[in-house]
Design a protein around this ligand. Structure first.
Ligand SMILES: *Cc1c(COP(=O)(O)O)cnc(C)c1O
Length: 376
C-alpha cells in the first residue's frame, strides 16, 4: 500500500479516515434555504438525539466550527454568569475547559488526577458536599490525551444525588461508547462531526436538556456561540442563523446513515474494540508497552511509551510510517514520553494489521531491537 494509490490511513484522534460514500455526498452545492438541505439538517439533529436515546428529554443544537467551538458554546450558554463549575481533569481536554471558563469569566474549581488515573467518585462527592457554590460538574468521557475511559455513569450518579448539573465532553466517545440519557443523567453532552461518527470536520453539536436550555437566555458571552439563540432561531425557521457548513452536514448525514446500517453504537463499539485489541496485541509482541492498564483503556486511541532503544527516533519512525500510508500521532502526556495510535475512523482489522506489518519492518530498518520502554 503506498500513498500513490490512496490517501494515508489516519490513525489519529481526528480528523479521521472517512468512507468514499461520505466523501461523495459532498459533490453538490446547496443553498442554505434549499428544502433538501433543510430536511437533511433536521434529520441529522434527530439522529444525534436518537444515538443518545435523548429524543424525549434533550434538544440538538449544532454549531459551526471544530469540537472546541461546541464545548465553548455549551459552557458559555448553559453555565450562568453567577454559576460555578467543578472541572474533572486528567488530560488536555479537561484543562481546555478550564481555559474556556477563564475566557468566559465563570468561577470554577478543579479536581485533577494524573493522566493515567480516573477521578474517584467518592472524592467528587466530598468536594461537592464541601462547596455548595458549585452548580455544574464538567467531565470528559474518553480523555483523548491518554485514551483513558472515565467513569461517567458513576460521576453522573454523584451529580444527580447532589443536585448538580453535569456537562460531558464526549467528543471522542460519542457514537462508539454508549451514553444513554435514560440511564445516565446529564444536562448537556458535546461532540463533533469528525470523530466516532466518521463525518468530515466542520461542525460540533450539543445535546442539551430542553428544560435547562429554555432557561439559558442571556447567559452567553458571545453571539456566534450562543446556543440558546442558535436553537430558538433554528426552531423558528429550520435554518441556521449564519452560513451553515452545508457540505459538512450533508456528509454527516451520509456518515450517520452508514453508522445506523452498521449497527449503531453497538456496531461501532465492536469494530473499534477489535481494532484496539489487534493493535495492542501486535504492539506488545514487538515489545511496546501501553501507558494504561487494559481495564482503563477505551477503544479510541492508545498511548504507547517511547521505546528505550537509542536507535529509535520518533520523527524518523513517524515519517517512514507516513511514507508507507499510515499516519500516527505524537504523545501529549506530561507523565512520560509517548506516542499515540488511534483505532477510530473508517478502518478495520485489515488496516490495523497493515499498520502493524509496516511498524515491524520499520523497526527493523531503523535497527531498533524492540519497542520496550525504559523501566519506570
Ligand atoms: C477532539 C476533542 C475535542 C475537540 O477538539 P477540536 O480539535 O476542537 O475538534 C474536545 N474534547 C475531546 C475529548 C476531544 O477528543
Amino acid at each position: 500500500m503506498t500513498t500513490a494509490d490512496r490517501d494515508p490511513w489516519l490513525l489519529t484522534p481526528g480528523p479521521l479516515t472517512t468512507t468514499d460514500e461520505t466523501k461523495r455526498a459532498m459533490l453538490h452545492d446547496w443553498g442554505s434555504r434549499d428544502a433538501t438541505f433543510i430536511e437533511t439538517n433536521a434529520r441529522v439533529r434527530r439522529s444525534l438525539l436518537k444515538i443518545a436515546n435523548a429524543e424525549d428529554t434533550h434538544v440538538c443544537v449544532p454549531v459551526q466550527g471544530s469540537g472546541t467551538f461546541a464545548v465553548e458554546a455549551t459552557l458559555g450558554t448553559v453555565i450562568p454568569k453567577d454559576g460555578k463549575a467543578l472541572v474533572l481533569i486528567n488530560g488536555a481536554y479537561g484543562q481546555r475547559m478550564v481555559k474556556i471558563l477563564d475566557y468566559t469569566g465563570r468561577a470554577h474549581a478543579t479536581y485533577e488526577t494524573a493522566e493515567d488515573t480516573p477521578p474517584d467518585p467518592a472524592h467528587l462527592e466530598k468536594m461537592l458536599a464541601d462547596d455548595a457554590a458549585i452548580t455544574h460538574v464538567l467531565a470528559v468521557h474518553c480523555e483523548t490525551t491518554s485514551g483513558i475511559l472515565n467513569p461517567i455513569a458513576e460521576i453522573a450518579e454523584v451529580c444527580a444525588k447532589q443536585g448538580k448539573s453535569l456537562i460531558i465532553d464526549a467528543m471522542s466517545a460519542f457514537g462508539a461508547i454508549e451514553l444513554d440519557a435514560k440511564k445516565v443523567t446529564f444536562d448537556a453532552v458535546m461532540a463533533s462531526s469528525n470523530k466516532c461518527l466518521e463525518g468530515v470536520p466542520g461542525m460540533g453539536f450539543a445535546l442539551i436538556r430542553k428544560s435547562v436550555l429554555e432557561g439559558c437566555k442571556g447567559n452567553a458571552h458571545s453571539l456566534s456561540l450562543d446556543l440558546y439563540d442558535q436553537w430558538t432561531a433554528m426552531e423558528k425557521n429550520a435554518q441556521w442563523r449564519f452560513t451553515p457548513p452545508t457540505h459538512v452536514i450533508v456528509a454527516f448525514d451520509a456518515a450517520i446513515r452508514q453508522f445506523f446500517d452498521a449497527g449503531g453504537v453497538a456496531g461501532r463499539f465492536k469494530r473499534y474494540t477489535e481494532n484496539r485489541d489487534i493493535l495492542i496485541a501486535g504492539m506488545r509482541k514487538l515489545g511496546f508497552e501501553t501507558l494504561l492498564p487494559d481495564s482503563l483503556q477505551a477503544p479510541i486511541i492508545i498511548t504507547f511509551k517511547m521505546p528505550e532503544d537509542p536507535n529509535f527516533d520518533f520523527e524518523v519512525f513517524y515519517d517512514r510510517l507516513k511514507d508507507q500510508g499510515y499516519i500516527i500521532y505524537p504523545g501529549k502526556l506530561t507523565v512520560a514520553p509517548s506516542f499515540r495510535i488511534g483505532c477510530i475512523g473508517a478502518l478495520g482489522a485489515a488496516e490495523i494489521n497493515g499498520a502493524l506489518a509496516v511498524i515491524e519492518s520499520t523497526l527493523k530498518d531503523m535497527n531498533v531491537q524492540n519497542g520496550r520502554p525504559a523501566a519506570a
